[in-house]
Design a protein around this ligand. Structure first.
Ligand code: UDP
Ligand code: MG
Length: 253
């Protein structure tokens, strides 16, 4: 018989990872001027979460909305015990909104979903299954993306470049719909537009990152907060992440 440590290691490699059951689910929803969407979204979220039969919370992060979203969120929080609201003093952008939600979230699993009804809450149970199957982060993949063609084309280039440069091989890095083990969100320090690279950051920290196709719907109300300049900014953020994340300890490489 070989040394016991080796035997244990071999067994660990052979058996599929088994992760703890998710006991408490937090859903974090960053919103900036989404007044028509937040109420129907809350209804969809509550019905998906109640179907899970576990304790849960929905945290809306109001990223400095000026269109009346704030009042509707206050009503929702008063009506539904699961719903609460974190309000930012001004519009800080999606990365800061997510960080504010992560700070408050109490779940051992955290789901992020966009507030514009484009992501389908009925996918949540499947994302949680993936965590319970051993993933630390499961990222949604908008395989059939319901956005204008210019957006889809730019996004295809963005995802191709990032996927290659990061070596991660995901199809869709920038999907707002994800589920995380709490340890993953605790390890993130997002600024600027870095929310686009969460899977890269998490994989760099050694977390197990997977992807799952999710249903995507056209935007029904309001409009997208980002134009095409996002892709230039995004590319600069990728450089920051690769350089600060990977070359900090060996700058001459
Ligand atoms: N969002 C935010 N702060 C911002 C811009 C956007 O919290 O400064 C929210 C927005 O309300 C939505 C999500 O982030 O819930 C994704 O934004 P959007 O739908 O505009 O982006 P797209 O889907 O077009 O990439
Ligand atoms: Mg959207």
């Amino acid at each position: 018989a070989g040394p016991p440590t080796l035997r244990v290691a071999a067994e660990a490699l052979e058996s599929p990872p088994v992760a703890a059951r998710v006991a408490f689910v937090s859903v974090v929803v960053p919103v900036y001027n989404e007044r028509e969407s937040v109420r129907p979204l809350s209804e969809e979220l509550l019905s998906a979460l109640r179907g899970l039969g576990r304790p849960c919370e929905i945290l809306f992060v109001d990223d400095g909305s000026t269109d009346g979203t704030t009042d509707i969120l206050a009503e929702l929080a008063a009506e539904e015990p699961e719903i609460s609201v974190v309000r930012l003093r001004r519009n800080f952008g999606k990365a800061a909104a997510l960080m504010a939600g992560f700070r408050e979230a109490r779940g051992d699993a955290i789901v992020t979903i966009d507030g514009d009804l484009q992501d389908d809450p009925s996918e949540i149970p499947r994302l949680l299954d993936e965590l319970e199957g051993g993933a630390d982060l499961v990222s949604g993949w908008k395989r059939d993306r319901r956005d204008p063609w210019s957006r889809r084309a730019a996004s295809a280039v963005f995802n191709g470049v990032t996927s290659r440069m990061s070596g991660l091989g995901l199809h869709d890095l920038n999907c707002g719909f994800k589920a995380y083990r709490a340890e993953v969100v605790r390890s993130l320090a997002l600024t600027g537009d870095q929310y686009r690279y969460i899977p890269v950051l998490a994989a760099d920290e050694g977390f197990r990152v997977t992807e799952r196709p999710v249903n995507h719907r056209p935007r029904r109300y309001g409009r997208s907060k980002y134009g095409l300049e996002r892709y230039l900014r995004g590319f600069l953020d990728l450089m920051t992440i690769l350089f600060v994340g990977r070359f900090r300890q060996r700058p001459m490489h």
